[in-house]
Ligand binder design. Sequence first.
Ligand code: ATP
Ligand code: FE2
Length: 331
Amino acid sequence: MICIGIEGTAHSIGIGVIRNKSGLCNVLSNKIKTYKPETGGIHPREAANHHAKYIADLIKESVENAKIDFSDIDLVSFSQGPGLGPCLRNAATAARALSLTLNKPIIGVNHCVAHLEIGRGVFRDCKDPVLLYTSGANTQVIAFAEGKYRVFGETLDIGIGNCLDKFGRNVGLDFPSGPKIENLAKKGRKYLDLPYTIKGMDIAFSGLLSTSEQYYNKKLSLEDICFSMQETCFAAITEVTERAMAHTEKDEVLLGGGVASNKRLCDMVRTMAEDRGASFFAPSIDLCIDNGAMIAWLGFLMYDSGVRMDIKDTVIDQRFRTDMVDVIWRD
Ligand code: ATP
Ligand code: FE2
């Protein structure tokens, strides 16, 4: 079965084409185009306009790149939520149009669940992981329990990527600032004390953000601040992930989301996993960031297990929570 997936929850529009091959996900194509605001943060309407402008060409490009014809597509899948309303609506509209034009079924999927399933889809040994999902808007620790993916820990305020991007914006780094902070952190030498906020299995970053900004205003070394930010917030999410693994008695950890491209974060989580005798999985970065292939793969899993949707069922849901999905495709 060949499935095309449309991702459009936030600043990226992604079109992926996948094929199910012996129970694993074979990615045939995965094209992504990202909206970058000239100044300031993301404006939802502008991001949505960006997606509307590029989506048709990106669909054609992704289908060509997959070396298939439109007639080979068996299923259309799209990100139904959570995300920014205007962006979600444009992606859903494109998916409906494609489904009706090709006369093929349509499935709307949960974006966060897709981040987890793509890891299980590309690694045969990744069967029942705890997912550490760290992106711009999201920071969640997710695992399967009693028929659903449940959020065991999450940020109480901003996502970890947004924390890094906001700090970067205030100190004059380009968007996205995560990679720039990673480079600066490599030159950091001195650890500066920052708030380390964990409540149960939840975390918060706003104290760390404002203290880092105060250090910058006091003209402390930017390299040391970046180093200290990374050490603190990555240690906190690694700790929460370890607690979730202990609590659920799972021995696999999987990374997802754009912040997973950070080498220091990968090293911390890998070390934690090795110390527990657990397996560590990090998909290639094009499958960690928001992308169409993960949406296509989850669409396939749902369709294959019997889920069917009419056009009237494809209304977007900005607050589509991870644990609202009945995970009928798993035992
Ligand atoms: P969501 O999945 O929540 O909709 P998003 O659209 O922001 O969020 P991604 O594309 O998964 O998601 O991730 C982008 C985020 O990843 C940005 O905040 C960016 O700064 C961060 N990021 C990218 N590379 C790195 C890096 N090397 N180190 C730290 N953060 C990084
Ligand atoms: Fe995401």
